[in-house]
Design a protein around this ligand. Sequence first.
Ligand SMILES: NC(=O)c1ccc[n+]([C@@H]2O[C@H](COP(=O)([O-])OP(=O)(O)OC[C@H]3O[C@@H](n4cnc5c(N)ncnc54)[C@H](OP(=O)(O)O)[C@@H]3O)[C@@H](O)[C@H]2O)c1
Length: 339
Amino acid sequence: MRAFAIEGDWGLEHLRAVTRPEPRPGPGEVLLRMRASALNYRDLVVPKRGYGGYTGTLPLIPVSDGVGDVVEIGAGVTRVGVGDRVCPCFFQGWIGGEPTLRRLTRSLGGPLDGTMVDTMCLPEEGVVRVPGHLADVEAATLPCAALTAWNALAGLSTLRPGDRVLVQGAGGVALFALQFAKLAGAHVTVLTSSDERAARVRALGADATIDRIALPEWASAARALTDGRGYDHIVELGGEQTLPQSLRAIRPGGVISLIGVLSGGTMNAALGLAITRQVRLQGVTVGHRDGFEAMLRAVEQHRLRPVIDQVFAFADLKAALARLATGAQFGKICIDHAV
Ligand SMILES: NC(=O)c1ccc[n+]([C@@H]2O[C@H](COP(=O)([O-])OP(=O)(O)OC[C@H]3O[C@@H](n4cnc5c(N)ncnc54)[C@H](OP(=O)(O)O)[C@@H]3O)[C@@H](O)[C@H]2O)c1
């Protein structure tokens, strides 16, 4: 079967198209014929072996997110059946409950093999059925970016109608955060990098936008949008350059969800602002299967459609990653395995 693998040495230059034997499901496993995959910023970083405490081994099949049809089940499988369309869970083995080191280390696309294959075997516990209204490329976007945004806003905290939420950028996690915050009835400000992107996030429901390039010190302007009260929740995706601003824009008692490090991963912020205003700094790392299923109920109930930037053919993975590296995408970059 077709596959992509990083082999020989780390680095995207060692990513190549390969062939692999078709896997067969053992007891408790399901065989998926993959229909689509979707990229995350992480898929640029893992191949360089530069992701947190990441210590994977080669060869590695990249990309964490995808969707496929169950085409065969192993002995004893009852959770899903042949013909079901399912997403693999980002963390294989984190069903619910508190994070533990073991639960957080078994992620697809590194260290476990990912979705850039024709077929893959997974434990039946590691997949979830997806709503029927979604196209394959839309469903493929859900395991990492969508669940991370959901977990920040609806899992680890609970938004209320009228809450003020600030989201950074118009990438994958950011647009899901915008969509979920609007579902919850919040007022959403989006930081973005151009008038054109601002118009697009407003069309998706953003109540206010700030140009993060024209106004890199955006905290005062953002606070002004809340009548000086500050934000109830900030979805922090920039990291090093944006956290100091977030700490000035959050309200006393508000929550900053620490998710991304797009501008650098070192903390250099006035931490007194968090302490004296009792701000909660909440690390978020994707989420568990129970959260994924709760999110899918919301996606189905509200017929939510993920925002797709561009769809590439299976053979064009490198071009898709190059698009991701530009940061110019609006929403998710996907791979259609049928093309
Ligand atoms: N913790 C987790 O579980 C988790 C899960 C998924 C992703 N992440 C992290 O979250 C971040 C975003 O991931 P993603 O997959 O959504 O990325 P993405 O789709 O590549 O989004 C990138 C977008 O972010 C905006 N951006 C770029 N630099 C920025 C900066 N310095 N400050 C603010 N915004 C900036 C840009 O949008 P505009 O031009 O419109 O501003 C850009 O298009 C990454 O650091 C990723 O590793 C973490």
